[in-house]
Design a protein around this ligand. Structure first.
Ligand SMILES: NC(=O)c1ccc[n+]([C@@H]2O[C@H](COP(=O)([O-])OP(=O)(O)OC[C@H]3O[C@@H](n4cnc5c(N)ncnc54)[C@H](OP(=O)(O)O)[C@@H]3O)[C@@H](O)[C@H]2O)c1
Length: 214
Protein backbone atom coordinates (compact mmCIF):
# COMPACT_ATOMS: atom_id res chain seq x y z
CA UNK A 1 0.00 0.00 0.00
CA UNK A 2 1.18 3.55 -0.74
CA UNK A 3 0.85 5.47 2.52
CA UNK A 4 1.39 9.22 2.76
CA UNK A 5 2.61 10.32 6.17
CA UNK A 6 1.85 13.97 6.94
CA UNK A 7 4.27 15.03 9.65
CA UNK A 8 6.94 12.57 8.47
CA UNK A 9 9.76 14.55 10.11
CA UNK A 10 8.12 14.45 13.54
CA UNK A 11 8.85 12.14 16.43
CA UNK A 12 6.04 9.74 15.59
CA UNK A 13 6.19 10.42 11.85
CA UNK A 14 9.81 9.30 11.50
CA UNK A 15 8.98 6.06 13.27
CA UNK A 16 5.89 5.55 11.10
CA UNK A 17 7.90 5.93 7.89
CA UNK A 18 10.50 3.38 9.04
CA UNK A 19 7.88 0.88 10.20
CA UNK A 20 5.81 1.22 7.05
CA UNK A 21 8.89 0.48 4.99
CA UNK A 22 9.75 -2.50 7.20
CA UNK A 23 6.22 -3.83 6.69
CA UNK A 24 6.59 -3.66 2.91
CA UNK A 25 4.53 -0.53 2.29
CA UNK A 26 5.59 2.37 0.11
CA UNK A 27 5.90 5.24 2.57
CA UNK A 28 5.48 8.72 1.12
CA UNK A 29 7.01 11.03 3.70
CA UNK A 30 5.41 14.48 3.54
CA UNK A 31 7.73 17.09 5.04
CA UNK A 32 7.90 20.87 4.97
CA UNK A 33 11.41 21.32 3.59
CA UNK A 34 13.68 19.59 1.11
CA UNK A 35 16.40 19.68 3.78
CA UNK A 36 14.36 16.93 5.49
CA UNK A 37 14.36 14.64 2.44
CA UNK A 38 17.46 12.66 3.42
CA UNK A 39 15.99 11.79 6.80
CA UNK A 40 12.93 10.33 5.05
CA UNK A 41 15.07 8.38 2.57
CA UNK A 42 17.25 7.00 5.38
CA UNK A 43 14.11 5.48 6.89
CA UNK A 44 13.09 3.85 3.62
CA UNK A 45 10.51 6.43 2.55
CA UNK A 46 10.01 8.52 -0.58
CA UNK A 47 10.13 12.20 0.39
CA UNK A 48 7.50 14.67 -0.76
CA UNK A 49 7.25 18.32 0.12
CA UNK A 50 3.99 19.64 1.54
CA UNK A 51 2.88 22.32 3.98
CA UNK A 52 -0.52 22.14 5.66
CA UNK A 53 -0.59 25.93 5.76
CA UNK A 54 0.10 26.08 2.04
CA UNK A 55 0.20 23.48 -0.72
CA UNK A 56 0.30 19.81 0.19
CA UNK A 57 -2.24 18.05 -2.02
CA UNK A 58 0.28 17.13 -4.79
CA UNK A 59 2.33 15.33 -2.12
CA UNK A 60 -0.55 12.88 -1.64
CA UNK A 61 -0.58 11.79 -5.27
CA UNK A 62 -0.62 8.01 -5.62
CA UNK A 63 -1.47 7.40 -1.97
CA UNK A 64 -3.95 4.69 -0.95
CA UNK A 65 -3.97 5.89 2.65
CA UNK A 66 -2.96 8.92 4.70
CA UNK A 67 -1.52 9.04 8.20
CA UNK A 68 -1.86 12.43 9.86
CA UNK A 69 0.71 12.89 12.61
CA UNK A 70 1.52 16.56 12.15
CA UNK A 71 1.17 19.07 14.93
CA UNK A 72 2.13 22.65 15.55
CA UNK A 73 3.93 21.66 18.77
CA UNK A 74 3.91 23.14 22.23
CA UNK A 75 6.19 26.05 21.35
CA UNK A 76 3.72 27.88 19.12
CA UNK A 77 0.60 29.90 19.88
CA UNK A 78 -3.01 28.81 19.56
CA UNK A 79 -3.10 30.44 16.12
CA UNK A 80 -0.76 27.72 14.82
CA UNK A 81 -2.72 25.06 16.69
CA UNK A 82 -5.82 26.14 14.81
CA UNK A 83 -4.06 26.35 11.45
CA UNK A 84 -2.18 23.04 11.64
CA UNK A 85 -3.85 20.66 14.11
CA UNK A 86 -7.40 21.67 13.22
CA UNK A 87 -7.57 23.38 9.84
CA UNK A 88 -4.65 21.45 8.35
CA UNK A 89 -6.21 18.17 9.45
CA UNK A 90 -9.57 19.16 7.97
CA UNK A 91 -7.91 20.14 4.69
CA UNK A 92 -6.16 16.75 4.63
CA UNK A 93 -9.50 14.98 5.09
CA UNK A 94 -11.05 17.09 2.32
CA UNK A 95 -8.12 16.29 0.00
CA UNK A 96 -8.57 12.57 0.60
CA UNK A 97 -12.30 12.74 -0.09
CA UNK A 98 -11.72 14.75 -3.25
CA UNK A 99 -8.96 12.52 -4.58
CA UNK A 100 -10.40 9.12 -3.67
CA UNK A 101 -7.92 8.25 -0.92
CA UNK A 102 -10.22 6.19 1.27
CA UNK A 103 -8.12 5.21 4.30
CA UNK A 104 -7.10 7.73 6.96
CA UNK A 105 -5.38 7.22 10.32
CA UNK A 106 -5.36 10.24 12.60
CA UNK A 107 -2.87 10.63 15.45
CA UNK A 108 -4.88 12.69 17.90
CA UNK A 109 -4.46 13.05 21.66
CA UNK A 110 -5.93 11.34 24.69
CA UNK A 111 -7.53 14.50 26.09
CA UNK A 112 -9.50 15.12 22.90
CA UNK A 113 -12.15 12.76 24.22
CA UNK A 114 -13.24 15.34 26.77
CA UNK A 115 -11.42 18.66 26.29
CA UNK A 116 -13.30 20.26 29.17
CA UNK A 117 -11.66 17.80 31.53
CA UNK A 118 -8.14 18.74 30.39
CA UNK A 119 -5.96 21.17 32.32
CA UNK A 120 -7.00 24.68 31.37
CA UNK A 121 -3.63 25.46 29.80
CA UNK A 122 -4.04 22.85 27.05
CA UNK A 123 -7.81 22.92 26.62
CA UNK A 124 -7.67 24.86 23.30
CA UNK A 125 -5.26 22.23 21.91
CA UNK A 126 -7.61 19.42 22.93
CA UNK A 127 -10.57 21.26 21.38
CA UNK A 128 -8.63 21.57 18.10
CA UNK A 129 -7.80 17.87 18.16
CA UNK A 130 -11.39 16.91 18.98
CA UNK A 131 -12.88 19.04 16.21
CA UNK A 132 -10.43 17.54 13.70
CA UNK A 133 -11.32 14.02 14.89
CA UNK A 134 -15.04 14.73 14.61
CA UNK A 135 -14.63 16.08 11.10
CA UNK A 136 -12.81 12.91 10.07
CA UNK A 137 -15.35 10.65 11.77
CA UNK A 138 -18.22 12.42 10.00
CA UNK A 139 -16.46 12.11 6.63
CA UNK A 140 -17.04 9.17 4.27
CA UNK A 141 -13.44 7.99 4.74
CA UNK A 142 -12.42 4.68 6.33
CA UNK A 143 -11.05 6.33 9.43
CA UNK A 144 -9.22 5.29 12.57
CA UNK A 145 -8.51 7.84 15.30
CA UNK A 146 -5.72 7.09 17.76
CA UNK A 147 -5.64 9.10 20.97
CA UNK A 148 -2.33 8.44 22.71
CA UNK A 149 -1.59 9.73 26.15
CA UNK A 150 1.69 11.53 27.01
CA UNK A 151 4.45 10.56 24.58
CA UNK A 152 8.03 9.60 25.35
CA UNK A 153 11.12 9.00 23.23
CA UNK A 154 11.79 5.69 24.96
CA UNK A 155 12.52 2.66 22.84
CA UNK A 156 9.43 0.89 21.55
CA UNK A 157 8.22 -2.16 23.44
CA UNK A 158 5.88 -3.58 20.80
CA UNK A 159 3.16 -3.59 23.47
CA UNK A 160 0.42 -1.12 24.36
CA UNK A 161 -2.89 -0.87 26.13
CA UNK A 162 -5.78 0.12 23.87
CA UNK A 163 -9.15 1.29 25.16
CA UNK A 164 -11.93 1.45 22.59
CA UNK A 165 -14.98 2.68 24.41
CA UNK A 166 -14.01 3.69 27.94
CA UNK A 167 -13.81 7.47 28.26
CA UNK A 168 -12.69 7.12 31.85
CA UNK A 169 -9.75 4.91 30.97
CA UNK A 170 -6.32 6.17 31.90
CA UNK A 171 -2.88 4.66 31.80
CA UNK A 172 0.85 4.92 31.44
CA UNK A 173 2.68 7.21 29.03
CA UNK A 174 3.65 5.63 25.73
CA UNK A 175 6.76 5.66 23.52
CA UNK A 176 6.31 7.38 20.15
CA UNK A 177 7.69 4.22 18.54
CA UNK A 178 4.77 2.19 19.92
CA UNK A 179 2.25 4.72 18.65
CA UNK A 180 3.90 4.44 15.24
CA UNK A 181 3.72 0.64 15.33
CA UNK A 182 0.04 0.92 16.26
CA UNK A 183 -0.57 3.14 13.22
CA UNK A 184 0.93 0.47 10.97
CA UNK A 185 -1.09 -2.26 12.72
CA UNK A 186 -4.30 -0.30 12.18
CA UNK A 187 -3.60 -0.14 8.45
CA UNK A 188 -3.30 -3.94 8.46
CA UNK A 189 -6.52 -4.53 10.39
CA UNK A 190 -9.77 -3.33 8.83
CA UNK A 191 -11.53 -3.96 12.17
CA UNK A 192 -10.03 -0.64 13.27
CA UNK A 193 -12.01 1.30 10.64
CA UNK A 194 -14.57 3.47 12.39
CA UNK A 195 -12.82 3.11 15.75
CA UNK A 196 -11.47 5.75 18.12
CA UNK A 197 -8.78 4.10 20.22
CA UNK A 198 -7.20 5.55 23.34
CA UNK A 199 -3.61 4.39 23.63
CA UNK A 200 -1.38 3.91 26.66
CA UNK A 201 1.78 2.08 27.50
CA UNK A 202 0.85 -1.50 28.31
CA UNK A 203 1.47 -5.21 27.99
CA UNK A 204 -0.66 -6.31 25.06
CA UNK A 205 1.15 -7.07 21.79
CA UNK A 206 0.18 -4.29 19.40
CA UNK A 207 -1.40 -6.56 16.77
CA UNK A 208 -3.67 -8.06 19.43
CA UNK A 209 -4.43 -4.72 21.07
CA UNK A 210 -5.85 -3.14 17.92
CA UNK A 211 -8.19 -6.07 17.36
CA UNK A 212 -9.85 -6.06 20.73
CA UNK A 213 -10.28 -3.82 23.73
CA UNK A 214 -7.10 -4.52 25.64
N1 LIG B 1 3.44 15.50 23.03
C1 LIG B 1 2.56 14.64 23.51
O1 LIG B 1 2.70 14.15 24.65
C2 LIG B 1 1.39 14.23 22.65
C3 LIG B 1 0.44 13.39 23.21
C4 LIG B 1 -0.59 12.93 22.41
C5 LIG B 1 -0.67 13.31 21.07
N2 LIG B 1 0.25 14.17 20.54
C6 LIG B 1 0.11 14.52 19.11
O2 LIG B 1 0.77 13.53 18.36
C7 LIG B 1 1.15 14.08 17.08
C8 LIG B 1 2.60 13.74 16.78
O3 LIG B 1 3.41 14.09 17.89
P1 LIG B 1 5.00 14.21 17.71
O4 LIG B 1 5.58 14.22 19.07
O5 LIG B 1 5.48 13.25 16.69
O6 LIG B 1 5.06 15.69 17.10
P2 LIG B 1 6.33 16.48 16.50
O7 LIG B 1 7.58 15.75 16.75
O8 LIG B 1 6.19 17.88 16.99
O9 LIG B 1 6.04 16.41 14.94
C9 LIG B 1 5.05 17.17 14.34
C10 LIG B 1 5.39 17.29 12.88
O10 LIG B 1 4.38 18.11 12.27
C11 LIG B 1 5.05 18.88 11.29
N3 LIG B 1 4.30 20.08 10.95
C12 LIG B 1 4.09 21.18 11.70
N4 LIG B 1 3.44 22.13 11.00
C13 LIG B 1 3.25 21.61 9.76
C14 LIG B 1 2.68 22.10 8.57
N5 LIG B 1 2.17 23.34 8.50
N6 LIG B 1 2.66 21.31 7.47
C15 LIG B 1 3.18 20.06 7.51
N7 LIG B 1 3.75 19.53 8.61
C16 LIG B 1 3.79 20.30 9.72
C17 LIG B 1 6.38 19.25 11.90
O11 LIG B 1 7.27 19.61 10.86
P3 LIG B 1 8.77 20.17 11.13
O12 LIG B 1 9.58 18.94 11.44
O13 LIG B 1 9.12 20.82 9.85
O14 LIG B 1 8.66 21.12 12.29
C18 LIG B 1 6.76 17.98 12.62
O15 LIG B 1 7.56 17.15 11.83
C19 LIG B 1 0.90 15.58 17.16
O16 LIG B 1 -0.30 15.85 16.49
C20 LIG B 1 0.72 15.82 18.66
O17 LIG B 1 -0.16 16.91 18.89
C21 LIG B 1 1.28 14.63 21.30
Amino acid sequence: MHVAVIGANGGIGREVVARLADAGHDALGVVRAESQFDAVRERGGEPRVGDLEGEFVPALQGADAVVFTAGSGGGTGWDETLLVDLWGARRAVDACVEHGIDRFVMVSAYGAGDPSASPEAIRPYQVAKRCADDYLEWSPLDATVLRPTTLTDDEGTGRVSAAFEHPEAAGAEIPRADVAQTVVACLAHDETVGETIRLFGGDTPIDDAVQSDG
